[in-house]
Design a binder for this molecule. Structure first.
Ligand SMILES: NC(=O)c1ccc[n+]([C@@H]2O[C@H](COP(=O)([O-])OP(=O)(O)OC[C@H]3O[C@@H](n4cnc5c(N)ncnc54)[C@H](O)[C@@H]3O)[C@@H](O)[C@H]2O)c1
Length: 351
């Protein structure tokens, strides 16, 4: 039996939209959430794709995440504002913050939006790409529930705390870095469990601190930071920006999206820098081209090629040409979810 199914991406978006609508999410917000998740699948990041929808729905049902956005601007001073997401859906709250940051960047040259009391927003790149499309350098940080130990410790107390930087890349498309500070995003461990696969060695240790390739043991244990102590230190600082500075929860108090009945408390920091204030956008893009072209002239190891951040995702979307591939188990879960709220099933099989 096939372990994956291919669909028209728009069909999956509409499926997610209907499920969210059935849980009280307004149409435009439901589309935004579904599109952001399906885009992650199209980029080749299923860990942050439609696999997450059942988790989001469980949180909507328990009421710890609000279906209807009630984000409030708590304060605003020149280019800086503070938003309270009031436990709204992370994508919906973050979209508001990103638009506010872009508007401020166009008015003042820079826009900074601190967001508290939000929820999981999926991939950080979905939002920084919007800023790059608006002529900005887009920077976004978030904090998340504990995923790793502080360097030298064995207690899970530090989030993976992803961050993203995106810029317009001219002929190369948007250039965007989007990483969590663990060696591998926890969602990839869930995705491996979903696909019945073992983990590569070096990703995780079990609850007693011993190396493991079993996804469940890794979920119950510890995922190692990227780059040793540096990954821990970067993650620490992302929590300072996303949680401590924004007035949101931080450290072990942040709750993950897979917990159905506890509010998240996660925070985000959005920074937009208007490139046109520093140099003509076409000059910036030309300089990006020069940088990228020079790197691509590097000699390569056998069978390797040079790519820049964001390039693999750009290529994946182009290659998918409007389709998306989902793990069979994800399709089953989506269809179970749909059946429970009176939404028709996704049609199985290639389209
Ligand atoms: N919202 C949350 O709380 C949360 C938590 C964890 C992860 N995430 C998301 O999970 C996703 C995956 O995170 P990850 O840490 O596993 O990322 P990853 O290790 O897959 O790295 C992805 C980044 O590396 C770049 N990249 C990949 N190969 C490259 C190469 N050969 N050369 C240059 N650049 C290359 C990609 O373009 C991308 O920017 C991200 O979108 C992240 O935002 C979200």
């Amino acid at each position: 039996m096939s372990t994956e199914h291919r669909f028209a991406a728009e069909d999956v978006v509409v499926h997610g939209l209907k499920i969210l609508r059935a849980h009280g999410v307004p149409e435009a917000d439901a589309r935004l959430v579904a599109e952001s998740l399906v885009t992650a699948d199209m980029w080749g990041h299923p860990s942050h794709g439609m696999l997450r929808l059942p988790w989001y729905v469980a949180r909507l049902r328990s009421g710890v995440m609000r279906s209807v956005d009630n984000t409030e601007t708590l304060s605003s001073f020149a280019a800086v504002s503070v938003l309270d997401g009031r436990d709204g859906i992370g994508q919906v709250v973050t979209h508001k913050a990103v638009i506010a940051a872009a508007d401020a960047a166009h008015a003042y040259g820079v826009g900074v939006v601190a967001v508290r009391n939000s929820n999981h927003f999926g991939t950080a790149a979905y939002w920084t790409r919007i800023l790059a499309d608006r002529g900005c350098v887009g920077i976004l940080t978030t904090n998340g529930s504990p995923a790793m130990a502080p360097w030298g410790g064995i207690d899970k107390m530090v989030g993976a705390n992803p961050w993203s930087i995106a810029v317009p890349g001219g002929a190369h498309g948007t250039v965007v870095l989007d990483i969590a500070n663990i060696g591998v995003a926890r969602g990839k461990v869930y995705a491996a469990r979903q696909r019945g696969e073992r983990l590569p060695e070096g990703w995780a240790v079990d609850a007693s601190g011993l190396p493991t390739t079993d996804p469940q043991a890794a979920i119950d244990g510890l995922i190692l930071p990227m780059a040793g102590h540096k990954g821990y230190a970067i993650s620490f600082m992302m929590d300072v920006l996303s949680g401590v500075l924004t007035g949101s929860a931080f450290g072990s108090d942040v709750v993950g999206p897979y917990v159905p009945d506890r509010r998240s408390g996660c925070g985000h920091l959005v920074i937009a820098i208007n490139i046109a204030v520093i140099m003509a956008p076409e000059v910036f893009v030309q300089r990006m081209d020069e940088l990228i072209s020079s790197l691509k002239r590097s000699r390569t190891a056998p069978g390797q090629e040079i790519v820049v951040p964001g390039e693999l995702e750009n290529r994946a979307v182009a290659a998918a040409s409007g389709s998306v591939t989902l793990a069979a188990r994800t399709v089953e879960e989506l269809n179970d979810l749909a059946a429970a709220c009176g939404v028709e099933s996704l049609l199985r099989g290639p389209r």
